[in-house]
Design a protein around this ligand. Structure first.
Ligand code: 5AD
Length: 354
């Protein structure tokens, strides 16, 4: 073990505000004992600032239609082979019901960038809020601020919108015809409206360097997001990135640990992408500082067809079995399974603002 690694890690963990060089240096480590030091520090900080627990959120993928053309995503509009569906309101409520009965107190409604009318989504939000005491998280992409406002007024609590890259040139190369500044504006609108906001990146899409990742980490920390999701890029066979390499598992885990160390109290999911490589690495992610699991409660057909990348782990997990498999995952990571709504842990968050 290099003593300079220990020193840099200690400095970064205690004083924060690392330089780009320090983050790159820590991301570069490949020594097993250095990595164990990094993960141990991340776990200690998670336990101190968030409690020794893994919280669960129930995911519903309600539409696979998308007007975007993100090069990495199997749902991009140029993929003729993608199976498109929209869940009926009845199906959405049935999934919400399963989630609530499983004891979960947060539902995440996710879709491609579908042209689903804002008022219909508002109606669904309202209905779920009326029926259940659950936090609602939306993850439906970029929309005008007025839509975000209508959904907030209808009762939505949180919003997930990954930045994907904080570097304008890389952002553009991953997303044909779209610009980073529109993304930044959407995130600003969401914060402005009082949403608890989540963002994040993929590790390893074509063109991304370690420096890009380090810059993204610094950006995500500076923005003080309530939630940060990261996972490895997984090539989808029906995209132009079909033959690219998947993102690196160790770099993903190191980035996750650094996000924990630097953010202290952000909610960090052990993402489904991390569960969908050669084996399931979600327990490893929890051991590197993650503290959220998002079991998939979409109807079986939808789970299969919402194919942003291939071999999604959740497809072979039966929905009803989710709560017990969540328990096993938490136990394997030495964490207590926590069903609460688990709102933002940021000091500025005053709780439910209804
Ligand atoms: N591999 C890994 N993650 C992906 N995402 C989209 N496509 C892929 C892929 N091929 C991620 C993006 C998106 C989130 C919902 O899933 O970061 O924001």
């Amino acid at each position: 073990m290099r003593s300079d690694f220990t020193q840099v890690l200690a400095r970064v963990a205690e004083q924060g505000e690392p330089s780009l060089t320090e983050v790159v240096y820590l991301l570069r480590s490949e020594e097993a004992d250095e990595l164990e030091q990094l993960y141990a520090k991340a776990r200690a900080i998670r336990d101190e600032y968030c409690g020794r627990r893994m919280v669960v959120r129930g995911l519903v993928e309600f539409s696979s239609y998308c007007k975007n053309s993100c090069n990495y995503c199997g749902l991009n509009r140029f993929n003729q082979g993608a199976r498109r569906y929209r869940l009926s309101e009845r199906d959405i409520f049935a999934s919400a019901d399963l989630i609530y009965r499983a004891g979960f107190r947060t539902i995440v409604l996710q879709s491609g960038e579908d042209a689903w009318p804002a008022d219909q989504i508002a109606k669904i939000i309202c209905e779920i809020k009326t029926r259940y005491d659950m936090a609602i998280t939306l993850s439906v992409g970029e929309r005008p601020k007025s839509d975000y406002k209508a959904w907030k007024d209808a009762g939505a609590d949180r919003y997930l919108l990954r930045i994907e890259s904080s570097d304008a040139a890389l952002y553009q190369s991953l997303h044909q015809g779209r610009e980073l500044k529109t993304r930044l504006k959407a995130l600003e609108d969401l914060k402005d409206l009082g949403y608890q906001c989540g963002s994040g990146i993929m590790i390893g899409p074509p063109g991304q360097s370690l420096e890009h990742i380090a810059k993204d980490i610094l950006y995500l920390i500076k923005q003080d997001f309530d939630m940060i999701g990261i996972g490895p890029f997984i090539p989808h066979p029906q995209t132009i990135y079909a033959h690219e390499k998947a993102g690196s598992l160790p770099i993903t885990l190191k980035a996750l640990a650094l996000l924990r160390i630097l953010s202290r109290n952000a909610w960090l999911p052990a993402t489904t992408a991390l569960g969908s490589l050669d084996r399931d690495y979600r327990v490893d992610a929890l051991k590197a500082g993650a503290n959220v699991l998002m079991p998939n409660f979409s109807p079986a057909e939808a789970k299969k067809n919402y194919e942003i990348y291939p071999n999604k782990r959740c497809i072979d997990e039966c929905t009803e079995a989710c709560p017990c498999s969540s328990g096993e995952i938490a136990r394997a990571a030495g964490l207590k399974l926590d069903y609460s709504r688990a709102d933002s842990l940021k000091p500025g968050f005053l709780g439910k603002i209804d």
